[in-house]
Design a protein around this ligand. Structure first.
Ligand code: NAD
Length: 328
């Protein structure tokens, strides 16, 4: 299949491009190398996917372009059978500083993709959404019928994005699916995330710093489980027009995560606490039964094993990855 991965040099997009090209598909990764966090990591994402294509049966092409340029993105959308739309300005805190830029990329950029797909023979557009569309929980775990009251510009932009995807399915018959990811982690993850920060500090003999009292809860979802959910959508049409939670098997408090990492890497350290950021959701927890029913989605990675795998990868890639974590 010809697959377009927007944000293909990013964390999740990079893993998708790697998997699909290894599996024998012809992958185009489209990315503007947005310097939101150091672009060095994106170069590693690209190299990994290139290697996978060389070792596997597929092909890989990197296009440096901006989603906000309608003419450019339309051309690559038109050539693809399936589109995995990952490009976004990710991150809650950054969105509080630059809401208009976030809207331009996440909402108008998505409209560019959907509009081009509507005019093409696109088989499916899979949109990367986020647990941050839910906002304050009325009950947990969130199912997809839970109200959506995002508490950040980022969450609002992801909600608008998935509503457009749904409307394009209803009004124009374009097959679209939105996947609400819950805190994705794993090798080559964005360096400004709690797990990469905790691992880095513990390996350097520094206590992990928790924002707030650490009772915030998250589903930490391992990247391989996320890739698998996306991969199913290459061939499954049962979820067209739907939004699906893509979470994990474990829902844990941030302080439990910090303890797990500390216990694995540097057991003598005491945890430290700092002021909480109000834009961060207090609790997120996914009910994944809909994704299980429609896609057969069954995440397999436990947090203990996932942290172990990530820490092993971190040690092997410490020379280039650690400076990115330390400066983010
Ligand atoms: P990422 O920042 O690593 O990847 C996003 C990529 O999009 C980057 O490589 C960036 O350069 C590219 N990009 C940004 N603006 C662009 C533009 N205008 N044109 C072209 N490319 C552009 O983030 P990620 O963690 O891989 O997230 C991928 C998707 O998943 C995003 O849509 C994000 O909102 C969503 N998501 C991620 C998580 C998570 O925990 N990582 C959780 C929920 C949702």
């Amino acid at each position: 299949m010809r697959i377009l991965v927007t944000g293909g040099a990013g964390f999740i997009g990079g893993h998708l491009a790697e998997k699909f090209s290894r599996d024998g598909h012809d992958v185009v990764a489209f990315d503007n190398f947005e310097p939101f966090y150091d672009v060095g990591i994106k170069e590693h994402n690209v190299e990994t996917a290139q290697r996978a294509a060389a070792e596997g049966d597929g092909s890989y092409e990197l296009i440096e372009g901006d989603l906000r340029d309608e003419e450019v993105i339309s051309q690559y959308v038109a050539e693809a059978d399936v589109i995995f739309h990952q490009a976004a300005q990710a991150g809650v805190r950054a969105s509080v500083k630059e809401p208009q830029k976030v809207n331009d990329i996440n909402v108008s950029g998505t409209l560019n993709v959907l509009e081009a797909a509507r005019d093409s023979e696109t088989e499916r557009v899979v949109v990367a959404s986020s647990s941050s569309v839910y906002g304050k929980p009325e009950y947990l775990p969130y199912d997809e019928n839970h109200s959506t009251t995002p508490v950040s510009p980022y969450g609002a932009s992801k909600l608008a994005q998935e509503q457009y995807a749904r409307v394009y399915n209803e009004v124009y018959g374009l097959p679209t699916v939105s996947l609400r990811y819950f805190t994705v982690y794993g090798p080559r993850m964005r360096p400004n995330m709690a797990i990469s920060n905790f691992v880095s500090r513990c390996l350097n003999g520094e206590p992990p710093v928790i924002y707030g009292d650490g009772t915030q809860t998250r589903d930490f979802t391992y990247i391989d489980d996320v890739v698998e959910a996306n991969r199913t959508l290459l061939t499954t049409d049962t979820a067209d027009g739907e939004v699906l939670n893509i979470g994990s098997t474990d829902n844990i408090e941030i302080r439990t995560l910090a303890k797990e990492i500390r216990d694995q890497l540097s057991p003598d350290l005491e945890l430290e606490y700092d002021e909480r950021n109000d834009a961060d959701a207090e609790h997120t927890h996914a009910d994944i039964s809909k994704a299980n029913d429609l896609l057969g989605y069954e995440p397999t990675m436990t947090i203990r094993k996932g942290v172990e795998e990530f820490a092993d990868w971190y040690r092997e890639n410490r020379d280039w990855y650690e400076p990115l974590v330390r400066s983010s």
